[in-house]
Design a protein around this ligand. Structure first.
Ligand SMILES: [Zn+2]
Length: 248
């Protein structure tokens, strides 16, 4: 292969490495933010589970105050019962007692409902807390991985950038200019292979037979008529000889 063609291929590899690395570096803050969002979500789930539990406790405390009020009322009525003088007063007092007892019963029932609900809410809060703890560990591990990845991406970016500078210094300026001009309009890819059946492997346009013939020589800078990318030829792998089987 001609050294110019080889350098263009190497330049393309370096450019692609640099572009991928830059894209990954750009994405890094977004990836960290996604981890933060996941952690926030788990924390919020715990906050709202605790909030429900607190509301349940408050409601139960209020109901228990009502229980005390109804119980006091009942005690008072029962005390008064001994001092009534007429049958009518007695019946009226019995009616008051029955009403207070029924009110007390329904409030006590509500207290029980809150207690059952509290058990469920406590279980939910515990599960949410466990989920938060395992999420925190997972997220911390992912954060470390991301940070490690970023270091290696930045290292490979720096290496590829240095290598590119060195390579470009060795190249003819018109070749670098050609590369950059095509790369600019072709999403960063300025050189590609020709397929075995004579197509440009990226724009898939069929090469003229004489062009294909030239490309297969790999000794000149030949551009695809359609996409302008520089073309090269990767010879098909040599057929592998079938393994020799020795008769035993
Ligand atoms: Zn093409």
């Amino acid at each position: 292969m001609s050294p110019d063609l080889q350098r263009l291929i190497t330049l393309q590899q370096l450019e692609s490495t640099i572009a991928d690395a830059k894209a990954a570096v750009m994405l890094h803050p977004q990836r960290l933010a996604a981890l933060d969002a996941r952690l926030d979500e788990a924390k919020q789930a715990l906050d709202s589970a605790k909030d429900l539990l607190k509301k349940n406790h408050d409601a139960r405390r209020d109901l228990e105050k009502d229980v005390a009020v109804y119980q006091g009322r009942l005690t008072k009525f029962k005390d008064q019962l001994s001092s009534v003088k007429t049958n009518r007063e007695y019946q009226a007092m019995q009616h008051e007692i029955a009403t207070a007892q029924s009110d007390l019963g329904s409030v006590e029932e509500k207290v029980l409902e809150r207690m059952v609900e509290a058990d469920e809410l406590t279980a939910v809060a515990k599960r949410t807390e466990a989920a938060l703890s395992s999420q925190s560990k997972e997220i911390e591990a992912e954060r470390k991985t991301l940070t490690g990845d970023l270091v290696s991406i930045e290292t490979s970016l720096a290496r590829a950038t240095d290598a590119r500078v060195a390579l470009v210094k060795d190249m003819e300026p018109r070749l670098v200019a050609l590369f950059e001009q095509v790369a600019r309009v072709r999403k960063g890819v300025a050189i590609c292979g020709a397929t075995r059946d004579g197509l440009c492997s990226l724009c898939h346009v069929r090469l003229r037979p004489s062009v294909f013939q030239q490309v297969r020589q790999n000794d000149a800078i030949i551009q695809c008529d359609s996409c302008q990318r520089v073309l090269y030829w990767v010879p098909p792998p040599a057929p592998v000889d079938p393994p020799v089987v020795h008769a035993s």
